[in-house]
Design a protein around this ligand. Structure first.
Ligand code: C2O
Ligand code: CU
Ligand code: CU
Length: 468
């Protein structure tokens, strides 16, 4: 592969190219010191200043207690701070202290294309980027990550990603937990591949590109084997699937329900109780979990072949703020159906044929991503229906600059967890979505739409559109 190593060199020998074993069956994250307490990412609260400063930098970290391994992060070794923003003016400054270009895409921000941080907005080494934005959207958990074409997978993998909370300060009135790291936990789920010396490896084989690169360890907020310690009440979990390719189907080992309160783009009108929650790369979900029984609980994934994601432990000494689930929330789900002026077909193509001949195996509507080609021109303010079709595997489909509603999944009504505002949707088969494209994106800085399996995206399963 023409892929070049972003931070490491010569680690390839340790990864067997025959690592076709797609999801290693080995249990995750159980080999480090027991009872390490899960830490939250540092906080970067912009609410009083309206300013935010990030530096993309290299670092190193010992994830498993063994050798330290090269990493990257924003303002720290690995990942970036959790940024708190409120609606209004937000002046960001991102500096690149790395040796390759990076960008900072605000995944979930409804801002114009020139501030979106996609592949057309690279920050050269030693340079900085200063978008002045106006945040005007509903409270939501969104995120940020590097987005350089053909290098997104590697850059995100080594740590160039973080979470953003858009907040309006009204969570007390909603009856929602909001004490960061106490009853309001931010959880970044990522699988990563480590060699026997504990070094984090990224060297995808052709099979890894086909399936998406999978790890043999699970990290939560960059930590392996940690336990979340929570108060004996209602706890809010803001989940981000920050993995390159792994799809989680989350559930609690003791079958306690998760009450979904928010999806990618904001709150639901009322909580939805779920036994299982599927979370594909790029998706976020906010759930409430009742820990008032004081019992230990383990969040797991994949009911068919279960593995542990995160153990929870109740500390009765922690302050309990919320003791009952809210009946209602104030999420407003606009019904856009019927107002569309345009229907588009988006086929997420993946074919062995192209692969063998070295052509475009990964494409959208038959065409691999081309930075010079605008695929769609959308009229600003108009509503469009997009019919998304996956080939070969289920692809998580993401659109920049909008939030959408799901009209149907495989011809049926959307699953309960997909009834809210979304910007990323796992499409096993076919789905229809609808959105109003309010924000502008010019030809020089168009919005992307793509598969959020980062290896697929880098390989060409991406397109771009203007909104004018
Ligand atoms: Cu997470 Cu193109 O984005
Ligand atoms: Cu995005
Ligand atoms: Cu894909």
């Amino acid at each position: 592969m023409k892929r070049r190593q972003f931070l490491t060199s010569s680690t390839a020998a340790l990864v067997t190219t025959g690592a076709v074993s797609r999801w290693p069956a080995r249990a995750f994250a159980q080999e480090t010191a027991p009872m390490a307490r899960l830490a939250m990412p540092a906080l970067l609260d912009t609410r009083s200043t309206g300013r935010l400063s990030l530096q993309a930098q290299s670092g190193s970290r010992s994830f498993l207690g063994g050798a330290a391994t090269p990493t990257a992060g924003f303002n720290q070794d690995y990942l970036g701070p959790t940024i708190i923003v409120k609606n209004g003016y937000l002046a960001a400054e991102v500096t690149n202290a790395l040796k390759s270009p990076v960008s900072t895409h605000w995944h979930g921000f409804l801002v114009p294309g020139e501030h979106d941080g996609g592949p057309h907005l690279p920050i050269a080494p030693g340079k900085s980027w200063q978008p002045e934005m106006h945040v005007a959207q509903d409270p939501a958990t969104v995120w940020y990550h590097s987005h350089i074409h053909e290098r997104t997978a590697e850059q995100v993998y080594f740590g160039l990603a973080g979470v953003i909370h858009i907040t309006d300060g009204d969570d007390d009135a909603r009856g929602l937990p909001s004490a960061y790291g106490v009853d309001d936990l931010t959880l970044v789920l990522q699988d990563r591949r480590f060699d026997d010396a504990g070094r984090m490896i990224y060297d995808p084989s052709m099979m890894d590109v086909m399936h998406g690169f999978a790890g043999n360890y699970l990290l939560v907020n960059g930590q392996a084997g940690a336990t979340a310690v929570v108060p004996q009440g209602i706890v809010r979990l803001r989940l981000l699937n920050g993995s390159n390719a792994r799809i989680y189907t989350l559930f609690f080992g003791d079958t306690r329900p998760m009450h979904l309160v928010a999806t990618d783009g904001g709150f639901l009108p009322a909580p939805i109780a779920l036994d299982r929650l599927s979370l594909a790369p790029g998706e976020r979900a906010e759930v409430l979990v009742d820990m008032s029984d004081g019992g230990a609980a383990v969040m797991m994934s994949d009911p068919a072949q279960p593995y542990g994601v995160l153990p929870f432990e109740v500390d009765p000494a922690l302050p309990v703020r919320i003791t009952r689930l809210p009946d209602k929330l104030d999420g407003v789900l606009e019904d856009l159906a019927g107002s569309e002026v345009q229907t588009r077909l988006v086929s997420l193509d993946m074919g062995m044929g192209g692969m063998m001949t070295g052509g475009g195996a990964f494409a959208i509507n038959g065409r691999p991503y081309d930075m010079e080609r605008i695929d769609f021109a959308v009229a600003q303010g108009s509503v469009e229906r997009w019919r998304i079709r996956s080939t070969m595997v289920a692809h998580p489909f993401h659109i920049h600059g909008v939030r959408f509603r799901v009209l149907s999944e495989n011809g049926a009504a959307p699953r309960p967890e997909n009834t809210g505002w979304k910007d990323t949707l796992l499409v096993p088969g076919e789905a229809e979505i609808i959105a109003r494209f309010d924000q502008p994106a010019r030809q020089e800085t168009p919005y992307m739409f793509h598969c959020h399996i980062l290896e697929h995206e880098d390989a060409g399963m991406m397109g771009q559109f203007t909104v004018t």
